[in-house]
Design a protein around this ligand. Sequence first.
Ligand code: GH3
Ligand code: MG
Ligand code: MG
Ligand code: MG
Length: 299
Amino acid sequence: MMIESSYVLVVDDQMSNIELLGELLGDDYDIRFALDAESALRLIAQQAPELILLDVMMPVMDGYQLCARLKAEPATRDLPIIFLTALSSPEEETRGLEAGAVDYITKPFTPAVVRARVRNHIELKRSKDILLALSQTDVLTGLANRRFLFDRLASLLPDPEEHSRSLGLILTDVDDFKLYNDSFGHPAGDLCLQRIAGVMRAALRSQGDLAARYGGEEFCCLLPDATEELTTQIAERIRREVEALKIPHCRQARHPHVTLSIGITSKPAGQHQPINKLLSLADQALYQAKANGRNRVEK
Ligand code: GH3
Ligand code: MG
Ligand code: MG
Ligand code: MG
C-alpha cells in the first residue's frame, strides 16, 4: 500500500544495502539515499525526511555521530531514526537506542519486519506531528494559541545578560464585542473573530512574525527585530483593515462597524524586559486606546 509520499532517507556507505532497501521500500515510500553522513546532512537541510534509516559503520562520521548531530539541533531533533546495522550485540543496540533512535534493526534483516517497523514509526511520527500542531493552534481561528505564544515569548526573551534582539508587541481587543454577541449571537461573533484573525495573519511580514489568540477576543502579534516605528505602522494597518472589513455593528456600539483597540510596546535590542512587563505595558497602552475613544492605536 502506498503511504502518501512519505520521504524516507537511507544512509549507508554500501551501495548494495541501499539497493536492497530501495527494492524493499521503494514502492511504498519516496526513498532517497546518502552514501555518507555529510551528504545526509545536506539532504536533510534541504528537506526533512519523515524517517531516517541509518547505518552505524561508515567512514569519517559514523551513524552514532550523525545521530548525535541531529539530536543536538532543534530543527532535526524529532526526526525518527532507525539504526540498521550489522552490529548485533546488546551493548551496541543499547547504545543506539540511548542515542535517541526510535528503533534498532540488525543485519541480516527480515524484509517484512523492516517494512512493518518503518510503517509503524511513520504512523507514530504523523500522529505526533498532528498532536503537536493541535497543541499549538487555536481551534476557532487557526492562529497560534496562547501556549505557543508564551513559548515563543520565552525563547525571544532570553537571560537578562544575553544581548537579545529587538521585539515589537501588538495587543488587540475588539470594541464593544459583548454588545456584538448580544445583538447578533455567539456564532456570528465567532465568525467575526475568524475574519479579524485573517487580517492579523495577513499583516505578518515573514515566518518569524507570530499572530496568536491571546484570550477570548484578544489577539497578540510578536514582531522580532521590529522597531517601535514599524510596530506602530503594522498595528495601524491592522486597525485600518479591520475597520475596512465593514462588519456592521449594532446601534448601541460606539462605532458603526466592528473595530479594534490596539496597544503596542517594543523592546530595543540589547535591553532586557521580562515577559510580564512587556505584556503589561502593551495592556496599559490598550487600556489607553479604549479610554481615548476605541478604534485606535496607543503605545
Ligand atoms: P470593550 O470595547 O471595552 O472591549 O468592550 P467589550 O464588550 O468588547 O468588553 P470585553 O472586551 O470585556 O468583552 C469580551 C467579550 O468577548 C465577552 C465575550 O462574550 C466575548 N468573547 C470572548 N471570547 C469569545 C469567543 O470565542 N466567541 C465569541 N463569539 N465571543 C467571545
Ligand atoms: Mg556501513
Ligand atoms: Mg477583552
Ligand atoms: Mg473587547
